[in-house]
Design a protein around this ligand. Sequence first.
Ligand SMILES: Nc1ncnc2c1ncn2[C@@H]1O[C@H](COP(=O)(O)OP(=O)(O)OP(=O)(O)O)[C@@H](O)[C@H]1O
Ligand SMILES: [Mg+2]
Length: 244
Amino acid sequence: MLNVENVRKTFGAVTVLDGVNLTVKPGEVVSVLGSSGSGKSTLIRCINGLERLDGGRITVDGFDVSRPKELAEARKRSGTVFQLFNLYPHMTALRNITLAPIEVLKRPKAEAEAEGRALLASVGLEDRADAYPAQLSGGQRQRVGICRALAMKPSYLLLDEVTSALDPEMTAEVLNILAKLAGNGTTMVFVTHEIEFARQISDRIVFLEKGVLLVDLPTRDFFAQDGGLAQPRVAQFLSKMRKD
Ligand SMILES: Nc1ncnc2c1ncn2[C@@H]1O[C@H](COP(=O)(O)OP(=O)(O)OP(=O)(O)O)[C@@H](O)[C@H]1O
Ligand SMILES: [Mg+2]
């Protein structure tokens, strides 16, 4: 289980996460919605141990990200794909994918490469294994990024606006892959502005507002008049997103 308990994070005088609680069980898809600046990326970075917590606790399958001795184990269990493409530019797509399995998990190279190629095939990129990031489209790069996270066989896949820098066609390519992963039972925490897609694939939706987790509901209830929509901020956010 992924457990976020009463987490507080401040940057200087600004409280960016204010007592956030979130539990993600194996097999669940949880989407995180909220306006720009509400703290979504910070929450993902905290789960990854990239930010020091100012209060509360985060455990990934029991490993506490705030304890230096447990962080590596926690990180192995959560694969992250970020908003901006962060592949290593001097490495091929395949090398980007096999690097951590070989170096961190000590997997034999041939095995890691066979798995890497199978992952690339699963996202329709079997013939791009030897391409460098600069030779790939944005959508292709993001698909490689997803393969790179999956190569570590994480218990939880954390996705931070993986389509926000893509045009509609590339967005569709990437969302197709994510829908397939959700269908296969991959556990995901999905930060997104793609409301309709989140509605289709999520078991639960949580809404962050100025660092406070205002709503945490099963997807159907989130979109119900007497559920999430009963919260004025959620109703306002959804109506604005639908107009844009
Ligand atoms: N390293 C930092 N130093 C100072 N302030 C920061 C830092 N990182 C984030 N913030 C602030 O924390 C708040 C939350 O930022 P965060 O990136 O988590 O928002 P977000 O919900 O992901 O927004 P977006 O939808 O635009 O990606 C913002 O006010 C931001 O300016
Ligand atoms: Mg963000």
